[in-house]
Design a protein around this ligand. Structure first.
Ligand code: NAP
Length: 289
């Protein structure tokens, strides 16, 4: 049976390290790192995500600033809020909760955030830095996956890794980080021919697809490490249940280690957001002194 990679335990270690770093930062500078979270509209899931981020920030001593805007906010109004946060030296990290209402252009919003305050790591400059092997602020979910992989496997050099999914927020940055760690990386997507055979050669499989329990044991090499990024709500016996992109019960018998859903990658994402906020605050204050 595979070892269960416990995201709650590992994320708590990250949180403890960030809290210690925040303490040190405050002693040095006399103020706390600050994270601004911008939420536009009434999407219930987004409200839950923002609440959790603000709560976690409070736990590690990061000051959070919430900017809630109505669903009919115009591009010019949102741009003005971002510009104000960009020029405020007491704000070190800016996060605009996605998705945005349809009248707003996500790409232009992401590009408007100052790159050194882009704690989501989505700004084109941060994307380019990662792609060219000089990562600065890195997207939180893949960063969390890398921490779990390093804790489980140690040095990743020479491992064969398959990333299923090529989104800008998970698949592509995940592949770039694995490459940076000297893995031999294959990206699988919806047009890939014979994805299961490619995955079955991998020492590491990262699934970020968005299809419930899509990956079964036929995709997995015996002893492989499986990271399940997927979070899918399904109905089972009239009850709502969260499952990943990997069929946990099926794959558990063949993999060497596997992350559960929930309690795997999910908690790592928020922990890494806190880590990125501290990283951004340290970099900005160093530049000013
Ligand atoms: P996304 O933007 O929808 O991308 C999904 C990717 O999966 C696409 O690249 C797509 O390929 C690929 N795909 C879809 N069907 C496939 C198939 N049959 N075979 C191979 N590849 C296939 O999704 P995302 O934002 O990356 O998120 C993926 C999952 O992770 C979702 O369940 C999401 O909720 C979850 N997630 C979790 C966290 C967390 O904190 N744990 C964070 C972010 C996302 P094409 O490009 O060819 O269409």
């Amino acid at each position: 049976m595979a070892t269960r990679i416990d995201g709650k335990v590992i994320s708590q270690q990250v949180i403890d390290d960030v809290a210690a770093g925040v303490d040190q930062f405050m002693t040095q500078h006399g103020f706390a790192p600050a994270l601004a979270v911008v939420l536009v509209g009434d999407d219930p899931a987004s409200h839950v995500y923002v609440r959790n981020k603000v709560k976690r920030a409070g736990e590690v001593g990061i000051h959070s600033i919430e900017r809630r805007l109505p669903a009919d906010t115009t591009q010019a109004e949102l741009d003005a809020v971002i510009d104000e946060l960009n020029s405020d030296d007491s704000v070190h990290g800016i996060l605009v909760q996605l998705p945005l209402p349809p009248q707003l252009d996500e790409s232009s919003v992401i590009a408007r955030i100052r790159a050194d305050k882009d704690v989501d790591g989505f700004h084109p400059l941060n994307v380019g830095a990662l792609a060219s092997g000089q990562p600065q602020l890195v997207p939180c979910t893949p960063l969390g996956c890398m921490i779990m992989l390093r804790q489980t496997l140690g040095d990743l050099s020479g491992k064969r890794a398959v990333v299923i999914g090529r989104s800008n927020i998970v698949g592509k940055p995940m592949a770039a980080l694995l490459l940076q760690a000297n893995c031999t990386v294959t990206i699988v997507h919806s047009k890939t021919v014979d994805a299961p055979a490619l995955c079955a050669e991998a020492d590491i499989v990262v699934a970020a697809i968005g299809v419930p329990e899509f990956v079964n044991r036929s995709w997995i090499k015996p002893g492989a490490t499986v990271i399940d990024v997927g979070i899918n709500a399904i109905e089972l016996g009239g009850q709502r249940k969260l499952v990943g992109d990997v069929h946990y019960a099926d794959v558990e018998a063949k993999a060497g280690a596997i992350t559960p859903v929930p309690g795997g990658v999910g908690p790592m994402t928020i922990a890494c957001l806190m880590q990125n906020t501290l990283t951004a605050a340290i970099a900005q204050t160093a530049q000013r002194s």
